[in-house]
Design a protein around this ligand. Sequence first.
Ligand SMILES: NC(=O)c1ccc[n+]([C@@H]2O[C@H](COP(=O)([O-])OP(=O)(O)OC[C@H]3O[C@@H](n4cnc5c(N)ncnc54)[C@H](OP(=O)(O)O)[C@@H]3O)[C@@H](O)[C@H]2O)c1
Length: 272
Amino acid sequence: MNVPNIKLADGMEMPQLGLGLYQVHDQKALKLAVKTAIKAGYRLFDSAQAYGNEAILAEALKESKVKRSEVFITTKIAVSNFGYNKTISTTQQSLKKLQTEYIDLMLLHFPVTLLRKKSWQALEKLKKDGLLKSIGVSNYTIRHLEEIKDYASEMPVVNQVELHVFLQQPELIEYCNKENIQVEAYSPLARASAMDDPIVKAIAKKYSKSYAQIMLRFLIQLGLIVIPKSVTPKRIEDNINIFDFKLSNEDMKLLKGLDRNYRTCWNPTLVP
Ligand SMILES: NC(=O)c1ccc[n+]([C@@H]2O[C@H](COP(=O)([O-])OP(=O)(O)OC[C@H]3O[C@@H](n4cnc5c(N)ncnc54)[C@H](OP(=O)(O)O)[C@@H]3O)[C@@H](O)[C@H]2O)c1
């Protein structure tokens, strides 16, 4: 399955769908997941320093024999590595672990109070030096994004946030669209914790697609990047098989009605 690319504000292209790697530590499981994903057409892989799997991802990609230029690697500065110097040194470590000369997209993992400004400035420097192709943030609210304008020489091109049918954050999407910041939806399946909604079930039946495929397709049609995680080969294949159908406007409307501010991950809204 061919995944469309999205053009970021800095001119770089990023696949609209990728494989999430949170809590995938087991070497065998990760290698099988990456191998299956590559074969199915995935080219975007979402890692993080905090996930502890950058080195295994590099091994898995090497074994898959796909060219470096054909994959898009995202990783993130861990909360414990914030600050100017630490962001610089820890990026060097990520590059080593990932066995690569550049990272396609580096994100600040969370809007860490007091330290996020210095970390952002470090990312700008690393980008200037050619070690990072694109730079962005994660878990930033509108307030955090507005604040960056005070000190940034360039704005983030991606904001990776929790976003799914049950947590739609329409104001944040509208703001990011206006500011040319691409929204990337993490936990797009709400961590498989709400797989019994009768409306999603009925829509899945109507299109002969799975519950998960409807959840993902909804986000694709909103123009978002999605990074579902799975270590199950059949699910990895199903999750990318969403570019051969289109939800009607009425069904999109029904799905929009399911927003209930249901958060499954950390909540940045109160972070000063
Ligand atoms: N920036 C951040 O702060 C942040 C936070 C959270 C996540 N993320 C990123 O976003 C990625 C995705 O989020 P997530 O891992 O939290 O949750 P998710 O992708 O919403 O859900 C993953 C769960 O859904 C199951 N699953 C996957 N495909 C399925 C299918 N077709 N049918 C039924 N169940 C399915 C998986 O099980 P199996 O694996 O057992 O198949 C796993 O339990 C992460 O891996 C990570 O890369 C970023």
